[in-house]
Ligand binder design. Structure first.
Ligand SMILES: [Zn+2]
Length: 349
């Protein structure tokens, strides 16, 4: 199926809305609720799994094996670990990232009563006029703090604000869509994948087309902390394709303008025949693609297999520059990913 600029606009819009919807592992209801609303609007039936993920099942034209596609709504953030003596907060990460990539980020602390308090992640001696340590000290969780935008000078005052250990900390996404077609923002991993699945479902719903084989779409909720698609995929599925970011960087084939097909990640090679079929679909449909190896990477596909899913797996997704950092992709990569998903779902043998 060809896709038009209007559908790509829709996908970009979904990315923007999704990255602005907080969704840390264990606390993904807002993002899941958003996806639910979007599916309802397009008339696509869905249900929540026991772990709070969303499952869509599209009945196939032919009987036979079933397939699944998955993308994860959860993303990176932090949690309050300790109230500092000076009224700042110490934090622990939710998901994995280098501390240098969040230093200086504006954040929102969400208390259990729903109150939102703004703050900034800083080194604990951040002023260049006061300490030389800011220049060359290795950033560790012990020397990083959240400076709250409230007049608090001790732990008691912070407690009075309603902030406590275990509160979630959301990073500002800093989302910007440029007139050159880039989307630069935190959380493209994997909200870009979620947006691509939404775009694919919308194209199918609008055209009234059905997949050749029964196909499930799982929006998982805890991939960044290692659970992801460990549950929720029906046991009848014999082929699973995770839609997650392509790793762009030094020495990588992946780029921000293509759908990236992973040959091997940290967990090992993906199914060879499935990979070949995905490449063939890109070639015949003239979808820009790259085949790549990701050196430090795991996805919902590996999690599902480890949990006992008896299926072959593949991994595709838009190329994301500076992953788990200030990420960026281009609308071309989103369009390419949607086109490959649609070609895969539509009916190749
Ligand atoms: Zn991911």
């Amino acid at each position: 199926m060809r896709i038009d600029e209007k559908l790509t606009d829709y996908v970009v819009e979904q990315v923007v809305r999704l990255v602005k919807t907080p969704s840390l592992a264990g606390h993904t209801d807002a993002a899941v609720g958003y996806v639910e609303k979007e599916l309802t609007a397009m008339g696509v039936e869905h249900r929540r799994t026991g772990r709070g993920a969303l499952l869509v099942t599209l009945a196939g034209r032919d009987p036979g094996p079933q397939r699944a596609l998955t993308a994860h709504v959860d993303t990176l953030g932090a949690m309050v670990k300790e109230l500092g003596k000076d009224g700042s907060l110490l934090f622990t990460s939710v998901g994995g990232y280098a501390l240098g990539t969040v230093e200086g980020e504006y954040v929102t602390v969400e208390t259990t009563s729903g109150k939102l308090v703004r703050g900034t992640i800083l080194f604990d001696e951040p002023s260049a006029h006061v300490s030389k340590k800011v220049h060359d000290t290795k950033r560790e969780f012990e020397n990083m703090r959240i400076r709250l935008d409230a007049e608090v000078r001790d732990q008691k005052a912070v407690s009075k604000l309603g902030i406590a250990v275990g509160d979630y900390v959301h990073f500002d996404p800093r989302c910007e869509v440029t007139d050159t077609g880039f989307i630069k923002t935190r959380h493209l991993d994997d909200k870009a994948g979620v947006a691509c699945l939404l775009g694919s479902l919308k194209a199918l719903a609008d055209s009234g087309q059905r997949p050749r084989l029964t196909t499930h779409f799982l929006f998982s909720t805890s991939e960044e902390v290692g659970f992801g698609a460990s549950s929720g995929i029906p046991p009848e599925v014999t082929e699973l394709v995770a839609v997650d970011m392509g790793a762009v960087g030094k020495g990588q084939e992946s780029d921000e303008y293509s759908v990236c097909i992973c040959a091997k990640d940290s967990t090992g090679p993906f199914d060879y025949a499935l990979r070949q079929r995905l490449v063939k679909l890109c070639r015949t449909q003239k979808v820009p693609y790259k085949v790549d190896v990701y050196p430090f990477y795991g996805s919902d596909a590996a999690v599902a297999v480890r949990a006992g899913l008896d299926a072959v797996t593949g991994l595709i997704g838009p190329g994301i520059n500076a992953s788990h950092n200030l990420e960026r992709t281009h609308r071309k990569a989103l369009a390419a990913t949607v086109r490959l998903v649609l070609a895969y779902v539509a009916g190749e043998k």
